[in-house]
Design a protein around this ligand. Structure first.
Ligand SMILES: Nc1ncnc2c1ncn2[C@@H]1O[C@H](COP(=O)(O)OP(=O)(O)OP(=O)(O)O)[C@@H](O)[C@H]1O
Ligand SMILES: [Mg+2]
Length: 418
């Protein structure tokens, strides 16, 4: 049912956008609208029109009752009288007469005799023809969406509509309006979601970039300078008299300095982006898994089985997001699943690449199905790489995260294309 409504929204959007020739599906939807309205109100003929405010043009989208023999005859007679023109080809302009202007430009319900509404522009014989098939009277209802008139639903009958018929006609009109409003809302919503996704992707990739720059800066420049300072200090200490009372405190400072370099600076830089990433994805995954030992045992396997020195290389732009995905998947397995084991599996070929992270933890509960930044980040990175992302509980317990991407050939091309 959902997809049917989605389809309807698409069609209604086309109506709002004043598309060119109608597609088969549009024909069907519009015919359904007019046919339902005709049956509900109980008149001979209902007409659905579309209005373009910029030009003031009105065109017919559908007319009901074509299957009725007398309407078919009337339509054929119309075509004969108008030199081959079909009923649906008839267009009008709101400047034509007060009735039409009131309906479309002012958004008013209009009511009048067919010959008054159609004005001078429709040949007398055609008006006579309409009247001969019982269309003497016309009542038009504006179709509004987003505060603007987008078209109208016009009811043609032998006599003025009764008050009951008017109520039903208004209700039908409102239903069509809701269809259009719905279409417009879902269009806006889809656009906002798209904008948000794009912004999120940008933000995430920028974060990746800054992190790796920071890591390089800390790892390279800051760590090296601290190392130089530490060596100089050690040289000063070595040149000091062994009994110098300053020697002890200076040694303590040197020790401290080395700790800051090794634990703080190096540790932070590694967490931002491990230097091993420069060596390739496979060793990075081994490194990532080792961080959880012994609380969680992580195995890294590949298909085909690899000699650790002969893994295929991926460009850094691909390696880094994939690393982040596995990092998040393992973090979730550890934090949320309290897993004891996790398996990272990397399968690759020339045209396909998959990364799977399975854990033996608690699995995802239905109420935890909401996405935090972690899942959004994984999905965004996978999509950015032109792939797909999925997370699901496994039957035997635990969770499975899988990312599927284009294969090695695509990335090779990317490298040579740069
Ligand atoms: N491997 C897993 N095992 C069990 N639950 C999981 C697992 N992975 C994800 N979840 C569930 O999915 C939710 C969303 O995960 P997500 O990583 O998006 O957010 P988070 O980890 O809660 O927060 P953060 O934004 O810091 O990552 C988690 O809160 C958790 O309930
Ligand atoms: Mg998380």
């Amino acid at each position: 049912m959902k997809s049917r409504w989605h389809g309807r929204n698409q069609l209604a959007q086309n109506l709002l956008a004043y598309a060119g020739p109608l597609t088969r599906d549009q024909h069907e939807l519009y015919r359904e609208i007019v046919e339902n309205a005709r049956l509900a109100v109980g008149v001979h003929w209902v007409q659905l029109t579309q209005y373009v405010p910029d030009t003031g043009d009105v065109r017919q989208l559908a007319i009901s009752g074509f299957h009725l023999p007398r309407m078919r005859r009337a339509a054929r007679a119309f075509s004969r009288l108008m030199g081959g023109m079909q009923l649906l080809d008839v267009t009008a302009n709101v400047s034509e007469n007060a009735f039409v202007h009131g309906l479309y430009a002012e958004g008013l319900e209009i009511e009048g005799r067919e010959r008054d509404v159609t004005g001078q522009r429709v040949p007398r014989v055609v008006v006579n023809l309409a009247e001969s098939v019982g269309m003497r009277w016309m009542m038009g209802f504006p179709l509004k969406a987003g505060g603007q008139v987008r078209g109208s639903l016009n009811f043609h009958s032998a006599k003025p509509l009764t008050s009951r018929q008017r109520i039903v006609a208004r209700a039908m009109t409102r239903q069509v309006e809701l269809l259009f409003e719905n279409a417009e809302l879902s269009q806006d919503l889809a656009q906002s979601v798209q904008d948000l996704r794009a912004a999120q992707t940008q933000l995430m990739l920028e974060e990746d970039r800054i992190k790796s720059e920071l890591a390089m800066e800390l790892h390279g420049r800051v760590q090296t300078r601290l190392l130089i300072l530490w060596r100089r200090l050690n040289r000063v200490i070595a040149s000091m008299d062994p009994d110098d009372p300053q020697r002890g405190p200076l040694e303590a400072i040197a020790e401290n300095l080395d700790q800051i370099r090794d634990v703080d600076v190096r540790g932070v830089s590694h967490r931002l982006a491990p230097p091993i990433l420069a060596a390739g994805l496979y060793p990075s995954l081994l490194f990532l898994g080792s961080l959880y030992y012994p609380e969680m045992d992580v195995t890294v396997t590949t298909d085909p089985i690899l000699d650790p020195r002969e893994y295929p290389d991926l460009p850094p732009e691909v390696r880094f997001p994939l690393y982040r995905i596995v990092e998040e998947a393992l973090a979730n397995a550890y934090h949320h699943g309290h897993a004891k084991h996790a398996g990272v599996h990397w399968a690759f070929s020339a045209d396909h690449l998959t990364l799977t992270v399975r854990d033996d933890g608690a699995g995802m509960s239905a109420e935890a199905a909401g996405e935090g930044l972690g899942l959004v980040g994984m999905r965004t990175r996978a999509q950015y790489l032109g792939g797909t992302f999925a997370i699901q509980p496994m039957r035997e317990g635990g969770c499975e995260v899988s990312v599927s991407l284009p294969g090695l050939d695509a990335w090779k091309e990317m490298e040579s294309g740069d």
